[in-house]
Design a protein around this ligand. Structure first.
Ligand code: 13P
Length: 251
């Protein structure tokens, strides 16, 4: 009942020509994918061009960040309604790189989620512990704090438009994927936390994606886990063939 989602986070990569080449290479390779939602998240500057390229395909467009205000004197920011205007249905919020390098907190993440939902977007809400936190035995405490803070004052009804992405920071870009069991354990914890914050029903219907060194070689094992509903892919989403192989994991 939870439709799998495979999302590609292109991070700070791809100029216009490169982005258009990537998406045009990807479209024919994922044409036959059934029962899976495909999302790509390019940099802001190429959203329009990628949107034109995917207009006849089921691929959905995401931004990698948004601001919480609708408009105003906020130089350099982009509002959710402007992302909608550019063709985005989804937006990644609270990625660990934004928390690490751009001082995002559970509080700012919460404001961004609210703003994205208000604009009618689907939020991809990222959480995950660092290696130091895992080693200190604080994984559950960190995930609990990030979930509670990020979701503060967000009503159960809104969770329909929210996807949670569990991305252990130590697995991002390191080639060190969490094992299937480690990922499953964290996803089960997150689902349990959602049940406590909301209800069993909300927990059972919310999609939880895994992110961190997902590759064609490990996607099958991850997707076989009961609580893993998809993947947020970084490096392997930058090449059409590897991202397509992840999308087509059922083949
Ligand atoms: P990698 O797949 O490159 O480890 O990145 C994961 C990620 O941060 C996706 O948002």
């Amino acid at each position: 009942m939870r439709k799998p989602v495979i999302a590609g986070n292109w991070k700070l990569y791809k100029t216009t020509d490169e982005a258009v080449a990537l998406i045009n290479g990807l479209i024919p390779l994922v044409k036959k994918a059934k029962g899976v939602e495909i999302v790509v998240a390019p940099v802001f500057t190429v959203l329009g061009k990628v949107k034109s390229a995917i207009s006849d395909s089921p691929i959905k467009l995401a931004a990698q960040n948004c601001f919480w205000e609708e408009e105003g004197a906020f130089t350099g920011e982009v509002a959710p309604k402007m992302l909608v205007d550019a063709g985005c249905s989804h937006v990644i919020i609270g990625h660990s790189e934004r928390r690490q390098y751009f001082a995002e907190t559970d509080g700012t993440v919460n404001r961004k989620i609210k703003a994205a939902l208000k604009a009618g977007m689907t939020g991809i809400f990222c959480i995950g512990e660092t290696l130091a936190e895992r080693d200190a035995g604080k994984t559950w405490e960190v995930l609990d704090r990030q979930l509670t803070g990020g979701l503060a004052e967000i009503p159960a009804k809104s969770l329909e438009a929210l996807i949670v992405a569990y991305e252990p920071v130590w697995a991002i870009g390191t080639g060190k994927t969490a094992t299937d069991d480690q990922a499953q354990e964290a996803h089960a914890f997150i689902r349990g936390a959602l049940a406590k914050l909301y209800s069993r029903q909300v927990a059972e219907t919310t999609r939880i994606l895994y992110g961190g060194s997902v590759k064609p070689e490990n996607i099958k094992g991850l997707m076989a886990m009961a609580d893993i509903d998809g993947a947020l892919v970084g490096g392997a989403s930058l090449k059409a063939d590897s991202f397509a192989a992840i999308v087509n994991y059922q083949e």
